[in-house]
Design a protein around this ligand. Structure first.
Ligand SMILES: Cc1cc2nc3c(=O)[nH]c(=O)nc-3n(C[C@H](O)[C@H](O)[C@H](O)COP(=O)(O)OP(=O)(O)OC[C@H]3O[C@@H](n4cnc5c(N)ncnc54)[C@H](O)[C@@H]3O)c2cc1C
Length: 487
């Protein structure tokens, strides 16, 4: 069943997140043998998941073949986490960055990726990610996605090289490009397991159609896994990091990891699954502190407690070690206004739900949050002094993220409590996005890209690198899948 377009504008994050808590699968479905199997259908390329990696794989494959390409999407709605992401896309971009006086380089992007990932990313994958990011950005632009003319430093991004799409649900532009090129997108169609040939290569998938019927779909060239991460699978996350099982997640209900687990059953090696990224915000306001240059964090004593522009794993560990396990994020009027209108509307709604706070003075805000007033006012004033002097004497925040004082009322605050956000681990892949087995040998005709794949980010993802990842490796996976000789 193809998704009715009319559903999309009314879709809410709250609706999709509601289903996420229920998922708790930790074992994968075993593969089915192709020998003697009755196939219900055939395509050249079968893609599992309709997020950024899936659509990139589909479009790249379409550039190489006219054959049938099918995307199977588990949920009733397309786009996965990519639909809800801010879409910040890291790339060294001389044109945009130089216009802002920002000097960047490929080596610096690689160094930042490794610094964030504590050097645990696969060096070859990291180099491909960084060196192909700008080309992938231009490729996405070629399909009609428009980006702002400037770059920003986002939370955990370590440097201002993140590109913001003008349309927050930019994935719709790419999904439309798929549809207009004859790529079939079937929603409410979960993939249950892989089908393998005698030699262990991928032959197709077992899936359930929208009526609930179990079906088989043969892939004459290849299967591409693009099923996202497992942040919405509380049990699987708890298994890998016991601190995180009780947290909320920013991800939609589809991010449960069963395809990754099914790939493991089919011989894939899984890497880095203990590395789970969190974001320090209420799940519905994940954008609130995304522009790190605009905010500071305070604890319940009204004091800063961390370098706000630090790596995401440091922020996670620091906030989880606070006695309350949460802090507060504060921005001023200009920080609030730097958000897109749709998000500003959500923040206004958050006021009514008492998930977001607004006050005309710092004193009033401290009272609202029950923080020691003097501490809070002194903290903000002290930070503003650091911005003026260009030196953070308390935490050593970088100059690139110390450009705005928090001065102009009204002030806005959101609770900084950790939510599971991104899983760095997944199936092992090589430079051609081929899935690797336990001997580091490619599993024939099986590719993976995006959050389902591991090894790209290391222990902690650089903010803005996931979107670069889905388009760089999604594109590689699609191209490579299309180059397989049909079986
Ligand atoms: C709120 C939010 C904001 C973010 N902001 C940014 C940002 O600004 N920059 C950045 O770099 N990163 C950001 N991220 C992270 C980034 O968006 C994701 O890592 C990325 O979009 C993942 O893309 P993907 O294609 O791998 O997976 P997804 O986009 O999640 O797509 C996977 C799809 O596969 C489907 N699927 C799962 N299982 C099955 C199955 N069994 N059968 C069929 N289909 C299945 C899912 O339902 C889903 O639709 C953000 C994430 C969130 C949640």
């Amino acid at each position: 069943m193809t998704e009715p377009l009319s559903r999309l504008p009314t879709l809410s994050r709250r609706t999709l997140l509601a289903g996420a808590a229920a998922a708790g699968l930790t074992a994968g479905m075993p593969p089915v043998r192709a020998a003697g199997l009755r196939w219900d259908g055939e395509a050249e390329i079968v893609i599992v998941g309709s997020g950024g990696a899936g659509v990139s794989a589909a479009l790249a494959a379409r550039e190489c073949t006219k054959g049938r390409i099918v995307i199977l999407e588990k949920l009733g709605v397309t786009g996965g986490s990519t639909r809800f992401s801010c879409g910040y896309f890291n790339a060294v971009d001389p044109e945009r960055q130089r216009a802002q006086g920002i000097e960047d380089s490929l080596e610096r992007h690689i160094a930042d990726t490794n610094a964030s990932g504590r050097g645990r990313g696969d060096p070859e994958l990291v180099r491909i990610l960084c060196s192909e990011a700008l080309d992938a950005l231009h490729w996405v632009e070629g399909y009609g996605v428009k980006y702002e003319p400037f770059c920003s430093q986002i939370y955990g991004g370590l440097f201002p090289r993140s590109h913001l799409p003008k349309l927050s649900s930019y994935i719709d532009v790419l999904l439309d490009a798929c549809r207009s090129r004859g790529i079939e997108i079937l929603t409410s169609s979960p993939v249950l397991s892989l089908v393998l040939n005698e030699d262990g290569s991928a032959a197709g998938v077992v899936w359930r159609d929208a009526s609930g019927t179990r079906c088989t779909l043969r892939a004459s060239r290849a299967v591409v896994l693009a099923s996202g991460g497992f942040s919405a699978n509380a049990e699987l996350c708890r298994l890998h990091d016991p601190r995180l099982g009780d947290l909320d997640t920013t991800n939609p209900a589809g991010s449960t990891g069963e395809v990754m687990l099914a790939a493991r059953e089919a011989g894939a090696y899984l890497t880095g699954c203990d590395w789970i990224e969190c974001i320090p915000l209420h799940v519905h306001y994940a954008r609130f502190a995304i522009l790190v240059e605009r905010c500071i964090f305070v604890d319940q004593q009204g004091r800063r407690f961390v370098r706000e522009d630090d790596r995401r794993d440091i922020l996670r560990d620091t906030i989880l070690s606070l006695p309350s396990r949460f802090g507060f994020v504060i921005v001023d009027h200009d920080g609030f206004e730097s958000n897109p209108p749709s998000f500003r509307r959500e923040l206004h709604e958050g006021l009514e739900r008492q998930e977001v706070y607004r006050a005309q003075t710092l004193e009033e805000m401290a009272q609202l949050l029950r923080l020691p007033v003097n501490n809070f006012v002194e903290t903000v004033n002290r930070y503003n002094g650091f911005v003026r002097s260009g030196r953070d004497e308390d935490f050593g925040r970088g100059v690139e993220s110390m450009i705005h004082e928090i001065r102009k009322p009204p002030f806005w605050v959101c609770r900084a409590s950790m939510s599971r956000h991104h899983t760095m681990g997944g199936v092992s892949i090589d430079a051609r996005a081929r899935v690797l087995d336990w001997d580091s040998k490619p599993v024939g005709r099986l590719y993976a890209a995006g959050e389902v794949a591991g090894g790209v980010h290391g222990a902690s993802r650089l903010g803005g690198n996931a979107i670069a990842d889905v388009h760089v490796f999604g594109r590689i996976a699609g191209r490579e899948a299309a180059s397989e000789v049909p079986a």
